[in-house]
Write a protein that binds this ligand. Structure first.
Ligand code: BJW
Ligand code: ZN
Length: 240
């Protein structure tokens, strides 16, 4: 499967892994754009914008409360664990659009959460920010300052956390191998990270059962699920 680029992989020791919803799909967390994706059942403009939140915070919170419960009970799968295993021999950064915390749960230590965290709650009025597990008894939950609390995720039209984004660009620009997995690469600016890596001459490997806009640009495109292909890929890299 990897013979074509095995020799080039030998020289790679700075690795960035760009991940999206597909890697957590096999942990029971739905993707957004697939046939069973969340955006097939829900209108993102009614649930994932600040305007929607101010219009109907209870509705938005009901959706997030259900998704939080699902995330709390989910476990990393062999794809997440394979990425964590890469740390044994190489310098790794995980640049994830996922908000489920499963990379850290699997043991990855250098994780950049580009779209925030569904576990972390922040106030829409003051600087309050905290990881809170468990359900809220009344929705929407209210901060001590009187402001409405919200999940600390990035909605459409909102800026990514700028410190995280800047560091992600640095990691993508200096890596010599980028693995892209579980993302449709439809959402900007996260979908520009492979371009930074390519500009640096990095090897690009994509793992995705479907084609993406980068499939024709990468050095190797593996049409398989992340839980199936990543353990094999990581095993190959770690043995080189
Ligand atoms: C498997 C698999 C398996 C399946 N193994 N693989 C017009 C108006 C307003 C804004 C814009 C506009 N045009 C462009 C924009 C910018 C916008 C954008 O990109 N929109 C596009 C959709 C058009 N971006 C933003 O707004 C961002 N902010 C920004 O740009 O700020 C500057 C700005 C400000 C104001 C105006 C304009 C610009 C913010 C984006 C925030 C995205 N937020 C969400 C929700 C997070 C919170 C939550 O979860 O509730 O993030 S949307 C959703 O998409 C989520 C994801 O992180 C993100 C990416 O999705 P991902 O991970 O790629 O998942 P899918 O479902 O798309 O793909 C899954 C893939 O997995 C598929 O390829 C499958 O094949 C594969 N797969 N099973 C491996 N087992
Ligand atoms: Zn507050």
């Amino acid at each position: 499967m990897f013979d074509k680029i095995k020799d080039r992989l030998k020289t790679a020791n700075k690795i960035s892994v760009v991940t999206g919803a597909g890697i957590s799909q096999e942990s029971g967390i739905p993707t957004f754009r697939g046939k069973d994706g969340l955006w097939k059942k829900h209108d993102p403009m009614k649930l994932a914008t600040i305007e929607a939140f101010y219009e109907d915070p209870k509705l938005v919170w009901q959706w997030y409360q259900d998704r939080r419960e699902n995330v709390f009970k989910s476990k990393p799968n062999s794809g997440h664990y394979a990425i964590a295993d890469l740390e044994k021999f190489s310098e790794i950064s995980v640049l994830t659009q996922n908000i489920d915390g499963l990379h850290r749960k699997a043991g990855s230590s250098n994780v950049y959460e580009l779209h925030g965290s569904i576990i972390r709650i922040k106030c829409s009025n003051c600087n309050f920010k905290k990881d809170i597990k468990g359900p809220f008894s009344t929705l929407p939950p209210i901060c001590e300052c009187g402001g409405i609390l919200r999940p600390d995720v990035v909605w459409f039209g909102e800026l990514l956390p700028q410190d995280v984004w800047r560091q992600a660009i640095v990691q993508a620009s200096k890596c010599d191998l980028m693995i892209i997995t579980g993302t449709s690469l439809q959402v900007s600016p996260a979908n520009t990270l492979p371009i930074y890596a390519k500009q640096n001459g990095a090897i690009l490997i994509e793992v995705n059962p479907e084609l993406t806009p980068m499939s024709s640009e990468v050095d190797l495109s593996i049409r398989a699920s992340s839980s199936e292909a990543l353990p094999k890929l990581v095993n190959t890299i770690n043995k080189l």
